[in-house]
Design a protein around this ligand. Structure first.
Ligand SMILES: Nc1ncnc2c1ncn2[C@@H]1O[C@H](COP(=O)(O)OP(=O)(O)O)[C@@H](O)[C@H]1O
Ligand SMILES: [Mg+2]
Length: 221
């Protein structure tokens, strides 16, 4: 479904060059749940950001549905990301002054009239799916950390994404809340969503079909 071929990424700061990804190749079949583990600084986030097209690699190819995304223009990438990809982060990135429902509808705020009844109904269904029925009108500050992460997942659901990229989605949650979020992600994968997840937790990595370990910009093992 998504194939990375010989990806390299170098960051330059203050005259210093760091090669963060070294000739990385990876194939993610449709429906897979892949986990990426490794020490802090090993390049996991950078790899996830390259795979989700948030960061362009210096060279290499990223093949999705027959096209190389590394050469696609920003406008094309934006369209593709909007249609097929969703990203959730360790810190949920909700908009603080929008309600849970409005945050869920956010991907469509620019393209469809936010008052579209059908869309609002779908937003409610997505929130129900993640266990937030009745909390649609709460601001993020009135939701727990786990609930905020659920809103981020609802936002991924409303788009009917094909791939969910998750960067340490349980990283800021307590153990039992983290387990609930993992259960939700696992369920979504069973229903067909392809999942690529960075995690620190070996227990959560085991929930995936496959796990790759990064060390200093390469895969080890
Ligand atoms: N935008 C950036 N500019 C410069 N260096 C960066 C940038 N992003 C990440 N790095 C460096 O790349 C390395 C890998 O970072 P990252 O991909 O965030 O690792 P991980 O997610 O495994 O902790 C680190 O040494 C980090 O300091
Ligand atoms: Mg990281």
């Amino acid at each position: 479904m998504l194939q990375a071929l010989n990806i390299n990424k170098i960051f330059k700061s203050e005259g210093l060059e760091t090669q963060v990804l070294k000739d990385i190749s990876l194939e993610i079949p449709e429906g897979e749940f892949l986990s990426i583990v490794g020490r802090s600084g090993s390049g996991k986030t950078t790899l996830l950001n390259v795979l989700s097209t948030l960061v362009r690699p210096d060279d290499g190819e990223l093949i999705y549905q027959g096209s190389d995304l590394t050469t696609m223009r920003d406008s094309g990438l934006n369209r593709l990301r909007h249609a097929d990809f969703s990203v959730i982060f360790q810190f949920h990135h909700l908009v603080p002054y929008l309600t849970a429902l409005e945050n869920t509808l956010l991907p469509f705020m620019r393209t469809i009239k936010p008052t579209s009844r059908e869309l609002v109904e779908r937003g409610r269904e997505c929130l129900e799916r993640v266990g937030l029925a009745g909390k649609e009108n709460r601001l993020p500050s009135n939701l727990s950390g786990g609930e905020q992460q659920r809103v981020a997942i609802a936002r991924a659901l409303i788009k009917s994404s094909r791939i969910l990229f998750a960067d340490e989605p349980t990283g800021s949650l307590d153990k039992s809340t983290g387990e609930e979020i993992m259960e939700l992600i696992t369920d979504l994968n069973r229903e067909g969503l392809t999942v690529v997840m960075v995690t620190h937790d070996p227990e959560y990595a085991k929930l995936a079909n496959r796990s790759v370990t990064m060390e200093d910009g390469i895969f080890v093992q």
